[in-house]
Ligand binder design. Structure first.
Ligand SMILES: Nc1ncnc2c1ncn2[C@@H]1O[C@H](COP(=O)(O)OP(=O)(O)OP(=O)(O)O)[C@@H](O)[C@H]1O
Ligand SMILES: [Mg+2]
Length: 276
């Protein structure tokens, strides 16, 4: 069944997007990619090393120009944008694998950097930077330099910085690549919360299966082409699947005696678990 999207629902679109690197020995890093991403979607971009994931992200974020094809953001073709710096600053936030914070600036000052594009006073800038640091759980770390923070904390500062101009779209290239499992889970929880509460559209390049499992949609790139584009289950379905594989879920399915409180709803839960 074809799903018809209203044009205003599409926040990001690529049409026959192609990028060829080099002239003497051309490498077709991206080869005719058509992609439509809706407002508020969480999309993971996966695929082998060298398949074109970063190339795609850089083109979407207007950090690079296509050899042919087009990127359309909020209905505007990027090729028609006059002031790319301002466009990027107002629409798109970036988080990279190496958070590239400026080492001589504090966490708060790093978050303030993109706000210099905005017509706001120094005190407003500071206030907003502190709000963003609080949002990522670093309210008390504003005066710390990057080398006084852990890797996960630095990545959270980078996310706060990416959100400084309230972008509609957050692009992240291996945002958890340098992090351990616990920090990866925290960063993903944070990104998920931003998506739900602020309706930020997330496009995340990742090698990490936990990260792609947290997405609603997984796009697989191979040899510069989209190989697969899969819509995952809803959040509720995913939680039910998780419950089903837990000890409690198994007990419910077996019809074991359950603790008071759960006992009453066990039949309904049993039916739900059988359906996922
Ligand atoms: N600046 C460049 N000049 C020439 N070739 C490049 C350049 N950047 C990337 N490539 C080539 O384009 C292809 C796609 O690279 P890209 O960085 O997009 O891959 P990737 O999927 O992000 O890989 P990884 O998972 O290793 O980060 C590769 O073959 C790469 O060698
Ligand atoms: Mg890459």
């Amino acid at each position: 069944m074809d799903e018809i999207d209203k044009p205003e629902d599409i926040v990001l679109e690529t049409r026959a997007l192609t990028r060829v690197y080099g002239e003497r020995v051309p490498v077709k890093a991206l080869d005719g990619v058509d992609l439509r991403i809706k407002r508020g979607e969480v999309v993971a971009i996966v695929g082998p090393s060298g398949s074109g994931k970063s190339t795609l992200l850089n083109l979407i974020g207007a950090l690079d120009r296509p050899s042919s094809g087009e990127v359309i953001v909020n209905g505007t073709p990027i090729s028609q944008v006059r002031n790319l710096d301002r466009f990027r600053g107002q629409t798109i936030g970036f988080v990279f694998q190496s958070h590239n914070l400026l080492p001589t600036l504090t966490a708060r000052e790093n978050v303030e950097v993109p706000m210099y594009e905005l017509a706001i006073s120094g005190s407003q800038r500071r206030r907003r930077a502190l709000e963003l640091l609080a949002l990522v759980g670093l309210a008390k770390r504003g005066d710390h330099l990057p080398n006084q923070l852990s890797g996960g904390e630095r990545q959270r500062v980078a996310i706060a910085r990416a959100l400084a101009n309230q972008p509609a779209i957050l692009l992240a290239d291996e945002p958890t690549g340098n992090l351990d499992t616990k920090n990866t889970a925290e960063i993903m929880a944070l990104l998920g919360r931003l998506n739900r509460e602020q309706n930020v559209t997330l496009v995340i390049v990742t090698h990490n299966t936990e990260v792609s499992a947290a997405a609603q949609r997984v796009v697989t790139i191979r040899d510069g082409k989209i190989q697969r584009d899969v819509q995952l289950a809803s959040e509720l379905e995913r939680e039910l699947i998780e419950l089903k594989s837990s000890a409690l879920g198994q007990a419910i399915l077996r019809g074991d005696e359950l603790p008071a409180g759960l006992h009453e709803i066990a039949p309904q839960l049993h039916d739900l678990l059988e359906r996922v």
